[in-house]
Design a binder for this molecule. Sequence first.
Ligand code: AMP
Length: 144
Amino acid sequence: MTTPQYDDQNIFAKILRGEIPCHKIYEDDKTFAFLDVMPKADGHSLVLPKNPSRNILDVAEDDLNAVTATTQKIAKAIMIAFEADGVTVQQNNEPAGGQEVYHLHFHVLPRHEGLPLRPQTGKMADNDLLAGHAEKLREALKSI
Ligand code: AMP
């Protein structure tokens, strides 16, 4: 199968262009991180390259390296901000791989001993709750 072309109307492209809001955590010249609006754990974050790429199959190597470095920063911040015991990093590619939004992203999920991830309900989390979580992560990033 050949990978389909990047579609710049995907929801993360709109977030990157500032056309729709998000709870931003971090940004540098190559990457952007914000909270998942339907978190599977409190603090569930997403890390993206700013340059367009559909997923890991078409991303440029330097964008992938930049996203990996930012993913590590966010994972460390998650450990502090959510007093986590561990972190799960997940990255889905194409429908068969569980991908739903077609701009490359890494999920970064706080984990606590014995606590499973929440199932996907399709329900958005409370906006104020997400704002509080984003603030905690931004604060934790200052010490990384
Ligand atoms: P994936 O299945 O890896 O493509 O994951 C897509 C993720 O994007 C899901 O976890 C959704 O909850 C999340 N998501 C969808 N729309 C938004 C949005 N507007 N803001 C933040 N996260 C979103």
